[in-house]
Ligand binder design. Structure first.
Ligand code: FES
Ligand code: FES
Length: 886
């Protein structure tokens, strides 16, 4: 059919299938890629929101055939980075733009709201944006942005009044992120936004079995289907066909066996995604089911089936022994013995696991360019070279819609790269959300038996742990996750006697890897819960109990490492007034139907890891500015701001004179992942080392520009390094120096429990935090808020269950409906070894949240939940058990 549409002020004649979808028309026909797709066009995410005839609509569920004469506005129709709309200014200035994937949809939803209601309340904003999901912000700064936009639009304030002077102070000032305006204007290109002419679209066949042999794969029918270029199996991959992160156990495509539900088995390439998906259904795989190992307990049982012929089911065993725990337990005045379990969870970045690959050049010398969501481009490049057997390759990081650990390992790029090589064509792989869940790693479930003891005065004397970590089907970086948990086992406290054992075990569950915090959130949940149980047993207030047991400089952690700075007591003092207020309010407002409670959770999180190192270079440009060359991924946390502001401060340059080259393997050096909250400390540090060398050369040669240095015969480019001098834990005692610096937090949860339904509502979270000097206050607080929102999801709702978790509804994604008030109390104890006194904060923010919420539930209703998440059915059942006892 033929119809007329006005898109961003331009009237167009469109000949279309009436069932065509508006999102496709905008993205594929007009290349307006500001509108994004996250959910599988189920209307669940709002990333595709545009305005049609003045109303915010989800373009993925809007048929073009109904739009004759419609007036459509996309985010590109509002403004450009050179001339932004007031709402785009507001999102940037409020610090609402992290990864930015949700932001175009949020901005369009905000515009539709503000056009009809110029001064909306918080509740009205939350209602208007209830269909728009964000994983990064916890929604606080989104609401702030809409309110700020209202002020701009009502003429009460000008954006110019809020933009900091780019020539002014750099540290401690919220200069706009370099990427914020392009993201707010829809011009920042995420992988699926990149147009690749002539590209094949691929889709994968995934195993429906958790454990089975592959007897045969029949591709005949699929290969004959319309538009299909071919079907690829493991036999077509010329390299090792293995993703070798630490252990070469995970195939790109399964060879003779599948080990979890979702394991990829074959790939179809076709002219369109619809054709590829249709052909996937026609690939016939003959499976022979095998016994399924569904838990670590089953995996370590005698005679358990081996998940991998080459490796034992127990991947790693790490004891930790300090002092004499047996004696201390025998002599203790009070002991609690507990058994906790945490769930398998999805990191739930909003952007699917998209990647693309194409060749530059001809023949066997052509360079394969892989574009994707990597947070460790050099490591992933090496893995892809080995897996595919294609040496001449480079990796380019597109803008990335959040990651939270999911991209520590290669997800879809192995398939994409192998398909590009096999079919010798450009290839795009835009997996569905469910496929993305299949392809990506998960947060490891921990099974934790914990015994904790103290003396009569409430001083902790001993702890004993037996930890089983469910590694799932493949060992991506399970070793690191488990060891990080052991390195931080005593958390914020002085516990002189420790007897712990941690084991990492293969099962037929989804494979685990990094997930924000990566290990410590699980163990902190157990320890901080047990701390409250013990405090109650002794009869000491939970805050007082924590103060009494804090570690002090000069004392040792459970690793035996002596700590220098340890500002946890100061955080206890900082949060105390809020704690007292919250307790008084909870007691006053609690009713039998709606019980209110208050809980604390603490944490000490190590930055980087043993043996960590970083290399970042800087070059003096001909205008006196500098270019920073470093593989420093920024999937949304603000590493671009961190590098720019540290460099501008160190060089005394205006911010526009600092340029970043951080997203390609072509002109950077291997630099480690955007993980372990390490980039501020490690990459900031190596960049400052490089700047130190450059400044010395400039002083020596009296140079102010790159040209001056060249004329003096001196290099213009300098490579900086930073090395973590601490080593690994002793494999038999778990003793050893583990971190150079730690970030500390104490969180306060205020909850309301519906005693009829078991439903828990978080009323407010407060976080007292110390991560050294703050470089960018809005980014810093944004990390805390987003992490607490994620932590509440971990505590109350989220879980990945294969077969059941298929989309954002079944995942129970956080939304404006679940949003809550947050407050951050910042202390800035400079870290002598940090970058200008700073260290990272991105993960600590979640570590203390779940225990704070679970302790608050216990405070409200006297019920302890030992198995995350604390869903209404579990809370209700526990209340029932409590009632039965009385
Ligand atoms: S892509 Fe439209 S609502 Fe998710
Ligand atoms: S900024 Fe909202 S999903 Fe990342």
């Amino acid at each position: 059919m033929k119809l007329r549409l006005t898109i961003n002020g331009v009237t167009r004649q469109v000949v279309t299938d009436p069932d065509a979808i508006l999102l496709d028309l905008l993205r594929d026909t007009y290349r307006l890629t500001g509108a994004k797709q996250s959910c599988d066009r189920k209307g669940q995410c709002g990333a595709c929101t545009v305005i049609v005839n003045g109303k915010a609509v989800r373009s993925c569920t809007t048929k073009v055939g109904r739009l004759d004469g419609a007036d459509i506005i996309t985010v590109e129709g509002l403004g450009t980075p050179a001339n932004p709309h007031l709402i785009q200014h507001a999102f940037v200035l409020a610090g609402a733009v992290q990864c930015g994937f949700c932001i175009p949809g949020m901005i369009m939803g905000a515009k539709a709201l503000l056009d009809s209601n110029p001064d909306p309340s918080t509740d009205e904003i939350r209602h208007a944006l209830r269909h728009n999901l964000c994983r990064c912000t916890g929604y606080v700064k989104i609401v702030d942005a809409v309110k700020l936009a209202g002020r701009f639009l009502r003429g009460e304030l000008e954006p110019a009044a809020l933009y900091p002077d780019p020539d002014g102070p750099k540290i401690g000032v919220s200069h706009p992120r370099p990427s914020a305006l392009p993201k707010a204007c829809g011009t920042a290109e995420f992988t699926a936004d990149i147009h690749l002419p002539g590209a094949l679209e691929v889709a994968a066949v995934h195993s429906p079995h958790a454990h089975a042999l592959i007897r045969n794969i029949d591709t005949t029918a699929a290969a004959a289907m319309p538009g299909v270029a071919g079907v690829m199996t493991a036999a077509d991959i010329k390299g090792s066909n293995r993703h070798n992160y630490m252990v070469s156990d995970r195939p790109v495509l399964c060879e003779d066996r599948v080990r979890y539900v979702g394991d990829p088995v074959a790939v179809v390439a076709a002219d369109t995604r619809a054709h590829a998906l249709a052909a996937v259904a026609a690939v016939k795989v003959d499976y022979e089911p095998l016994p399924v190992v569904s838990s670590p307990v089953e995996a370590i049982a005698e005679g358990a089936p081996q998940i991998h012929a080459e490796w034992n089911n127990v991947c790693l065993t790490q004891p930790q022994i300090k002092g004499d725990a047996a004696k201390a337990f025998a002599e203790a005045a009070h002991v609690v013995e507990t058994h906790f379990h945490t769930q398998c969870n999805h990191q739930a970045s909003l952007e699917p696991e998209t990647s693309l690959a194409y060749f530059e050049g001809e023949g066997d010398d052509a360079q394969l360019v892989v574009v994707g969501r990597s947070i460790n481009i050099h490591k992933h490049l090496a893995m892809l070279q080995e897996a595919t057997g294609w040496e001449n390759m480079r990796y380019e990081e597109a803008f990335v819609g959040g990651q939270f650990g999911i991209k520590i390992d290669v997800t879809s790029e192995g398939i994409t790269a192998a398909a590009a090589i096999h079919f010798r064509r450009p290839v795009r792989y835009i997996p569905t959300l469910q496929e993305s869940m299949f392809l990506s790693p998960k947060r490891h479930p921990f099974d934790m038996k914990l015994k904790l003891a103290c003396d009569a005065s409430g001083k902790l004397t001993a702890m004993g742990w037996d930890i089983l970590v469910d590694n799932g089907a493949y060992n991506s970086m399970g070793n690191v996750v488990m060891l990080r948990a052991v390195q931080m086992l005593s958390a914020s406290y002085d516990i002189p006697n420790v007897d712990a054992l941690a084991r990492l075990v293969y099962t037929n569950n989804p494979w685990g890897a990094a997930a924000r915090g990566a290990g410590p959130p699980q163990t902190h949940y157990a320890l901080e819960s047990a701390i409250d149980l013990l405090a109650r047993k002794v009869g000491i207030d939970p805050l007082e109990f924590r103060k009494r047991n804090t570690l002090h400089p000069g004392q040792t952690k459970s690793t035996g490492a002596v700590v220098d700075e340890w500002p946890f007591p100061e955080l206890c003092e900082a949060i105390e007034p809020e704690y007292k207020r919250a307790v008084a309010e909870a007691r006053a407002q609690s009713t039998p139907a709606k019980a209110r409670g208050v809980g604390l959770g603490a944490g000490a999180f190590g930055i980087g890891g043993p043996g960590d190192q970083s290399m970042v270079a800087v070059e003096l440009d001909d205008d006196g500015g500098i270019t920073v060359y470093g593989a420093v991924a920024d999937p949304g946390e603000g590493n671009d701001s961190m590098l720019s502001q540290l460099a501008a401060d160190a060089m005394d340059l205006p911010l526009p004179k600092v340029r970043l080259q951080t997203r390609t393997t072509e002109n950077t050096t291997a630099n480690g992942p955007a993980a372990a909250s390490r980039h501020t400390y490690m990459s900031g540090g190596s960049m400052l080392d490089a700047i130190g060398q450059l400044k010395a050369a400039m002083a020596e040669h009296k140079a102010t520009t790159g040209d001056d240095l060249r004329k003096a015969g001196a290099p213009t480019r300098y490579m900086g390094t930073k090395k973590m001098v601490v080593g690994a834990l002793d494999p038999t005692t778990g003793q050893g120096p583990s971190f150079e610096s730690q970030v500390h937090a104490l969180q306060l949860a205020e909850v309301e429990v519906d005693t009829e339904t078991g439903d828990v509502r978080v009323v407010r979270m407060t976080c007292a935090v110390d991560a050294g000097r703050v470089i960018h206050p809005l980014n810093f607080v944004g990390q805390i808020e987003g992490g607490m929102d994620m932590g509440v999801g971990l505590a109350l709702r989220e879980r990945y269950e294969y077969g059941k978790t298929k989309d954002w509804v079944t995942f129970k994604y956080p939304s404006m409906r679940t949003a809550f008030d947050m407050q951050t109390i910042v202390r800035e104890t400079p870290r002598p070894k940090g970058s200008n006194g700073s260290i990272g904060v991105g993960e600590m923010t979640l570590v203390a949240t779940a225990p704070a919420v679970l302790n608050a539930i216990d405070d409200a209703i006297g019920v302890r939940i030992y198995d995350l998440p604390a869903t209404p059915d579990k809370v209700k059942a526990a209340l029932g058990e409590l009632a039965a006892k009385h």
